[in-house]
Design a protein around this ligand. Structure first.
Ligand SMILES: Cc1cc2nc3c(=O)[nH]c(=O)nc-3n(C[C@H](O)[C@H](O)[C@H](O)COP(=O)(O)OP(=O)(O)OC[C@H]3O[C@@H](n4cnc5c(N)ncnc54)[C@H](O)[C@@H]3O)c2cc1C
Ligand code: SF4
Length: 488
């Protein structure tokens, strides 16, 4: 702990952002970096408390509290305060394979459980993490570091999202020969084709993939396992398999009018847009364009926010976002104490941009969709009504439509961002893996599925989650594979 009184003397400086009305004209990252001196000061706010919850990574009330990959946060905060950035980078990479991703996109459960946040503003952990990672790349401290010896064992990783990448990275470091199979044309999973450019520049992803290639990981794109390569062929060729195929089955909205044109799943929209930016639209999936349209995004989560930010950059006439749940409180509710994840109202980048353009937060809370209205087989409006949330005598909260509140909003484009139901079943059936009651791949403590030698990590085994959890799961699966291979 460099400066014992830092948390008293220095105010939190959060992640800076480019002005909303400037950044909506491009697809560059919304957040510029804080300067080195400023971040060293922010690092000094860490009080190196005796029980640092920030790196515990446990689930409390179903939500992450502390860093899921147990980043050694107080240690690198102190190193940054002392100007020892290279040591900080070494410490950070010890627990996190890809801090340049999490430093940009992680919702930072670490900050929600920071002890300084008990009665003040938490340490700027995520921003410091990004700076350590970015500096390490710029200074040339991150160079290919292939294993000195190889075990001769071959591992196939299916899926190249953060779970597949972290599993591949760890297994390669352990000396195994790793091949990553990806059905898309580019490596990265949702890092590439889900999270938009303004949150995560795609060069940041490709840079890491190139490094892993130089270290010996083989990447095979445009290969769908189960179609282009049979499952038994793969199992015969490799000593172990890691399934990291994500939770890609989207939740739909079965209300009258769903069949009308102009109503799309959020992922089709976001993927098409990123492909257009990367390939100039030369892709089979025609990009959906919001230019000049009244856009309704159904779903108030992160995917919905990404749709809002994307529609604004495409030049939408208006954007509204509908959310079933009520508006969260401004401060922690009494039943949501520290160090739980704070369930409080926040204006994310997309809503901030909409507010700058049209004067208000585009989100409408406690709202349900009754039907879609159309003309000539295309959507023209959406009928909604208000909901009230009431706690019944059994203590369960139930929603009810409020009579007389139905109204129609104009809509030329509707984007469904309602979350994901689980992994696609076809490949899992081919592997004959058992599923858990939620439809995710069942695994044991080593992340092995019910099929010996077949492991699973990330959203396909955990359900739709976060990049940081996917990294954690990939690391855990790699450990399990390593143990399995050392026995076989
Ligand atoms: C729009 C959006 C925004 C998000 N924003 C954030 C955010 O800001 N912060 C955050 O922490 N999390 C965010 N998330 C969640 C996060 O992206 C996921 O939790 C994470 O990417 C899951 O990683 P994964 O490796 O398990 O799966 P994925 O990233 O989904 O990767 C799975 C990969 O497997 C491939 N695949 C599937 N089947 C096959 C097959 N048969 N053969 C070959 N390849 C196959 C797929 O093509 C895909 O590339 C977001 C999610 C979405 C949808
Ligand atoms: S990975 Fe996420 S939770 Fe962990 S230190 Fe970084 S921002 Fe915090």
């Amino acid at each position: 702990m460099g400066r014992p009184t830092g948390f008293i003397e220095i105010q939190r400086r959060g992640q800076p952002a480019r002005p909303p009305l400037e950044r909506i004209h491009d697809w560059s990252e919304a957040h510029p970096r804080l300067g080195e001196d400023e971040l060293a000061e922010q690092g000094a706010r860490c009080m190196d408390c005796g029980v640092p919850w920030c790196h515990t990574g446990v689930l409390i009330s179903g939500m992450a509290s502390g860093c899921p990959i147990n980043n050694l946060i107080p240690e690198w905060n102190d190193l940054v305060y002392r100007g020892q950035w290279r040591e900080a980078s070494i410490r950070l990479h010890r627990t996190n394979n890809f801090p340049e991703f999490t430093g940009r996109v992680c919702p930072a459960p670490c900050e929600g459980s920071c002890t300084v946040g008990l009665n003040g503003d938490p340490v700027t952990i995520k921003t410091i993490e990004q700076e350590i990672a970015d500096r390490a790349w710029e200074e040339g401290w991150i160079t290919p570091n292939p294993p000195l010896t190889r075990t001769g064992k071959r591992v196939a990783v299916i899926g190249s999202g953060p779970a597949g990448l972290s599993a591949a990275d760890q297994l390669n470091r352990a000396g195994h020969l790793v091949t990553v199979f990806e059905r898309a044309g580019r490596i990265g999973g949702l890092l590439m084709y889900g999270i938009p450019n303004m949150k995560l520049d795609k060069d940041v992803v490709s840079r890491r993939v190139r490094l892993m290639e130089e270290e010996g990981v083989e990447f095979r794109t445009a290969v769908t396992v189960g179609a282009d390569i049979a499952v038994d062929e793969l199992q015969a060729e490799y000593d172990a398999v890691v399934l990291a195929t994500g939770a890609t089955v989207a939740r739909d909205l079965a209300v009258p009018g769903r069949e009308l044109g102009g109503i799309h799943l959020a992922m089709s929209y976001l993927r098409g847009n990123t492909r257009r930016l990367l390939d100039g639209g030369a892709d089979a999936e025609a990009p959906i364009d919001a230019a000049g349209k009244d856009v309704i995004v159904i779903g108030g989560g992160d995917t919905g926010t990404d749709c809002v930010g994307t529609a604004i950059r495409q030049g939408a006439k208006s954007v509204r976002q509908l959310e079933l749940l009520g508006r969260p409180p401004l401060q922690r509710a009494p039943n949501n104490p520290w160090p739980e994840w704070p369930k409080v109202y926040k204006l994310d980048y997309g809503q901030e941009e909409a507010e700058a353009l049209w004067g208000e937060d585009p989100r409408r809370y406690s709202t349900t969709t009754r039907r879609f209205i159309g003309r000539k087989e295309h959507v023209t409006g959406i009928e909604i009504s208000d909901l009230s949330w009431q706690t019944g005598p059994d203590g369960k909260v139930a929603m009810r439509e409020v009579p007389g509140t139905a109204q129609v909003l104009p809509a030329d484009l509707v984007l469904l961002a309602l979350g994901f139901l689980g992994p696609e079943p076809v490949l899992l059936k081919a592997f004959e893996c058992e599923l858990d009651p939620r439809g995710n791949v069942r695994t044991d403590a080593d992340k092995m599925t019910t099929v010996p030698g077949v492991f699973a990590a990330g959203d396909c085994s955990r359900g739709q989650s976060l990049v940081v959890w996917a990294i954690k799961e990939g690391r855990a699966a790699a450990e399990g594979v390593d143990r399995y291979l050392s026995r076989s």
